[in-house]
Write a protein that binds this ligand. Structure first.
Ligand code: BES
Ligand code: MN
Ligand code: ZN
Length: 493
């Protein structure tokens, strides 16, 4: 992770400087000083590049003089329209354009402490790399960027403002690492072990194996797992930010549930070979819950939160579940498994029911790379939101807007629920092609016992094939910042 520092504004004596400039802003402060020290090179470069500070525009100047190697100007747009997202994206532009520099200072005429921290967050998030399995990377291909110093007169306050954002970034990185890991390394037992390590942050971690889940009657989750030689796990992570140490909370805990299919071959209803490697990230819902819990604990959020993940591998084998099998879920409801590739909902069914029985949640949010159909519906811009609660939906949508992890609400309706009626059992696990994401959500809702609940179908959002402003291509950790923000804005005492 990038080293972040805050300091009072002063022209650096070497290295690189990034100037964050508003549309229509006149040179002042460091910008004016630098222009003078370089004999007007900055103004000339802006002129040539027609750089005027528009949002999303940038201008890179090499060896401008004044002993600096690079100067990068980043446009912030109109001052009245400045948002956290714009500041983060400016930080992201610094990390992506100045990756050949070791030390970068970032300046703006009027950054508050909080804004300086938001710029730092963008730089850190954009600077993420997963290179654990590269042994032959050429030095010239590696990022050299080691330290970003954001210049602000409120530098002491900025350091304090950075602390919770630092914890959130660490949670995002944990999720990205988990989602990036190959499926031979990150199987259910290994993923559970990585959860166990979170006890270092003060989380209480419980791990259940196949025997315990068998005793409880997790027929739906275990049916998915039975074709794999890898044992399943359910992990329960508790963050007691309010209760504990003799204190008790008046509030019920907030509960997050994640689908953790460490690899989804489809099972006997096997997927085609092309692109199947993508199904290593079918554990992204669980990965997100784990990173979220790390973020909440890392910033000592004043909330009682519980994260539960159902971890299985979906494989075809002589012992695999068959299309036509009927399984009995932990809730007692029976399920006809028509398609073994609709496995995520089977995992969620048992974990959600457990969460509700055991913890009496204030609300539950589940995250899952549940359906290919949500990618057809919403593409890679919005996650699908399904909920039985308008207030919770509104809070989630609002948190999505500020963090840029946006959600679009989709319908739930008895009319769709009819599609999953079975001739032999209480329900079947697929409802045909029409409204595929909705019937999947209807299935999940059958395991919600009247509690406020939201289901986030993140199949289109968990992985990106293109670099974005604060997210390099690969695992995005979509949902960590969204839910961290949901908690921070609404549920902390
Ligand atoms: N993990 C997949 C959904 C998925 C597909 C995620 C593509 C990311 C990219 C899920 O388990 C699945 O296979 N769903 C099926 C459901 C169908 C059998 C009803 C699907 O979407 O095709
Ligand atoms: Mn599947
Ligand atoms: Zn799946």
């Amino acid at each position: 992770m990038l080293d972040i520092a805050f300091a009072k504004p002063a022209l650096p004596k070497s290295g690189a400087l990034a100037l964050l400039i508003h549309e229509g802003e006149k040179p002042s402060g460091l910008w004016a000083q630098l222009d003078e020290a370089t004999g007007g090179a900055i103004a000339r470069a802006f002129d040539v590049a027609e750089f005027k500070g528009a949002k999303g525009k940038s201008c890179l100047i090499l060896a401008p003089g004044a002993n600096l190697t690079r100067v990068l100007a980043v446009g912030l747009g109109k001052p009245a329209e400045l948002t956290q997202k714009i500041l983060e994206e400016a930080g992201g532009a610094v990390a992506s354009n100045l990756s050949k520099e070791t030390n970068v200072a970032v300046a703006n005429s009027a950054l508050t402490a909080q804004q300086a921290a938001e710029v730092a967050l963008g730089a850190v998030l954009r600077g993420y790399r997963f290179d654990r399995y590269r042994t032959k990377e050429k030095p010239e291909d590696k990022s050299k960027l080691a330290k970003v110093t954001v210049l602000t007169s409120e530098h002491t306050k900025a350091k304090a403002a950075w602390e919770p954002l630092d914890a959130t970034a660490k949670g995002v990185f944990l999720t990205r690492d988990l989602v990036s890991e190959p499926p031979n390394v990150l199987d259910p037992p290994e993923m559970a072990e990585r959860c166990r390590k979170l006890s270092e942050l003060g989380l209480k971690v419980e791990i259940l194996g196949p025997k315990e889940m068998g005793k409880l009657g997790f027929g739906a989750l275990l049916g998915v797992s039975q074709g794999s030689v890898k044992e399943p796990r359910m992990v329960i992570m508790h963050w007691n930010g309010v209760s504990g140490n003799g204190r008790k909370s008046k509030e019920k805990p907030v509960v997050f549930v994640g689908k953790g299919v460490t690899f989804d071959t489809g099972g006997i209803s096997i997927k085609p070979a092309g692109g199947m490697e993508d199904m290593k990230w079918d554990m992204a819902g669980a990965g997100t819950v784990i990173g979220l819990m790390a973020a909440l604990a890392g910033r000592k959020a004043k909330v009682d939160a519980i994260g539960l993940v159902g971890l299985v591998e979906n494989m075809p084998s002589g012992n695999a579940q068959r299309p036509g099998d009927v399984v009995t879920s932990y809730s007692g409801q029976t399920i006809e498994v028509i398609n073994t590739d609709a496995e995520g909902r089977l995992v969620l069914a048992d974990v959600l029911w457990y969460a509700q029985q055991k913890f009496d949640p204030k609300f539950m949010v589940d995250l899952a790379t549940l359906t290919g159909a949500i990618i057809i519906g919403l593409g890679h811009e919005y996650g699908g939101l399904f909920s039985n609660d308008d207030a919770l939906s509104q809070k989630l949508t609002a948190a999505g807007q500020v963090t840029g992890e946006r959600l679009w609400r989709m319908p739930l309706d008895e009319a769709y629920d009819k599609q999953i009626r079975s001739d032999i059992a209480d329900m079947k696990n697929v409802g045909g092609r029409p409204g595929g994401s909705i019937t999947a959500a209807q299935f999940v809702q059958r395991f919600v016992n009247g509690k406020p609940w939201a289901h986030l179908d993140i199949a289109g959002m968990a992985w990106s094939t293109k670099d974005a402003a604060v997210t390099p291509k690969g695992a995005t950790a979509f949902g960590v910042r969204l839910l961290d923000r949901l908690v921070a804005d609404n549920y902390e005492s």
